[in-house]
Design a protein around this ligand. Structure first.
Ligand code: NAD
Ligand code: UGA
Length: 468
């Protein structure tokens, strides 16, 4: 049986569901795509006439939304009808780490996946292909199949199903490029026809050579494996950054020397304040849980070290700032430049900045925080609401203040800490900044991006990651 896909429903209008379906709609004009979400606020923002209000920031996204929304791309809270009418349903809901119960702190919380499967089981009609887009523990497709099957038994009008795994590899801040020109598309499944139906959609813009098909379990595991490998590279270079600082080697030179070995490659070996983002930590925790579940203790411990180094790197940065500022930062003013977990996104989930800011505030520092894309509301969510409102429309609390640019953030500070590699931080006017800071002034550049010589020539002390 061949399935021609005319209508797609995507459950979950988040960082994956939104951009993925936008690109799909742009590339496949004859497919109608409905993105649904249980969060009506999010749907409202996706439908906003003001494209600056879209719930996520991704370069290039606004243009595609502007082109496709209302034509073959729709955002809605109507799960029932959109599930009922779909030939293919993508599940793009969140899969956070479980907070309570068995496996808490490691295993994936599959509540939202199960709820999606139950909604599909309840509302689908005729044959439906269900696609796992979310990142999932290996063998989740089994659970989804069981839920869908049990609905079949109860409801004679209900649909029949195929389940595919099609993990998403986009990186935030580069999502539109990653989706438009992916390195590969991975499809795991049992039914050749179902696999081909999904493959045919991607063939609208992706070269067939880039489409890899596997069994379900390899596909599910490969997503976890890819994130674990990427995170491991970051922890590897971060561990060496500390060794460089102690030994007099320079991490940028080491990075060049190892990155030119084509077997190692130069990507994903930039040192920093530790990896953040919603996925690396949770996916490695999930991998660790799976390894322990299958009795592979040594393997679990191996991946655990990648997370350990990541936490250590954040703590190490706070300690360095503390020591360089004469062993006390109580009542000192520190500017934090960059709060998102990487540049070109407004996402702060698991951002190293959250932990580092908390640690600095625990030591009594007053922080001026500036990020080109992170809002005051988001900072309040991440750092706490304890603030006063002042007439000059600046927001204060005893420990942190929201700044609208780098220069006002630097005003009266003893130190600047650069935590995100935003392009604008490369071109800061160090003469102006130096005139605003209290002496002796320090810059802690955890991303090694500033113009080192210019800052230094303006009398600022500099600590740069991996350089000491
Ligand atoms: P997100 O939190 O931004 O979005 C998930 C959305 O699903 C939310 O808006 C939520 O309201 C909605 N939702 C939850 N349960 C629902 C239900 N039963 N019915 C309808 N909507 C429901 O999450 P995200 O960042 O888009 O990640 C989604 C999945 O994709 C995760 O498994 C993640 O690991 C994976 N992933 C994320 C990225 C990334 O860059 N963020 C990249 C690749 C893979
Ligand atoms: C990552 C993967 O790159 C995607 O392929 C994957 O789809 C996604 O996770 C996911 O599953 O959610 P993302 O977290 O958006 O994407 O961003 P990355 O570019 O991977 O960066 C992750 C973290 O590592 C950031 O904090 C970044 O600053 C840090 N990083 C990255 C470094 O410190 N050094 C590097 O060289 C690269």
């Amino acid at each position: 049986m061949k399935f021609s896909i005319k209508k797609i429903c995507c459950i979950g209008a988040g960082y994956v569901g939104g951009p993925t379906m936008a690109v799909l709609a742009n590339k496949c004009e004859d497919i109608e795509i409905n993105v649904v979400d249980i969060n009506p606020e999010r749907i409202k923002l996706w439908n906003s006439n003001n494209l600056k209000e879209l719930p996520i920031y991704e370069p290039g996204l606004e243009e595609i939304i502007n082109k496709c929304r209302g034509k073959n791309l729709h955002f809605s809270s109507d799960l029932e009808n959109n599930i009922r009418n779909a030939d293919m349903i993508f599940i793009s809901v969140n899969t956070p780490t479980k907070k309570e119960g068995i496996g808490a702190g490691q295993a994936s919380d599959l509540t939202f996946i199960e709820a999606s499967a139950r909604q599909i089981a309840k509302y689908s009609r005729e044959h439906t292909i269900v696609v796992e887009k979310s990142t999932l523990p290996v063998r989740t497709a089994d659970k989804i199949k069981q839920i869908l099957k049990s609905a079949n038994k109860k409801n004679p009008n209900s649909s029949t199903f195929d389940v595919l795994s099609n993990p998403e590899f986009l990186a935030e801040g580069n999502a539109i490029n990653d989706l438009t020109e992916p390195d590969r598309i991975l499809i795991g499944g049992e039914s050749k026809d179902a696999i081909n139906s999904l493959k045919n959609i991607y063939l609208n813009w992706v070269d067939e050579k880039k489409i890899i098909t596997t069994n379900l379990w390899s596909s599910e595991l490969s997503k976890l494996a890819a994130n674990a490998f990427l995170a491991q590279r970051v922890s590897s270079i971060n561990s060496l950054s500390a060794l460089c600082e102690s030994s007099g080697a320079d991490i940028s030179e080491v990075k060049k020397a190892i990155g030119t070995d084509s077997r190692i490659g130069n990507k994903f070996i930039s040192p920093g304040p530790g990896f953040g983002g919603s996925c690396f930590k949770k996916d490695i925790l999930n991998l660790i849980y799976l390894c322990n579940f299958y009795g592979l203790r040594e393997v679990a411990e191996y991946w655990g070290k990648v997370l350990e180094i990541n936490t250590w790197q954040k703590n190490r940065i706070t300690k360095i700032i503390f020591e360089k500022l004469f062993g006390t930062i109580t009542s000192k003013s520190i500017a934090i430049l960059g709060f998102s977990f990487k540049s070109n996104t407004n996402d702060t989930r698991e951002s190293p900045a959250i932990e580092i800011c908390h640690q600095l505030m625990n030591e009594g520092a007053n922080l001026n925080i500036y990020d080109p894309r992170v809002s005051l509301q988001q900072l309040e969510k991440d750092l706490g609401l304890n603030k006063k409102y002042n007439r000059e429309k600046e927001y204060f609390n005893s420990s942190w203040k929201f700044s609208t640019d780098s220069y006002s953030a630097a005003e009266g500070t003893d130190a600047i800490v650069i935590l995100t590699e935003w392009e604008e931080f490369k071109y800061l006017d160090w003469e102006l900044i130096s005139s605003k800071m209290r002496s002796p002034s320090w810059v802690f550049d955890t991303r090694s991006i500033i113009d080192f010589e210019k800052a230094k020539s303006n009398g600022i002390n500099i600590w740069s990651m991996g350089r000491g």
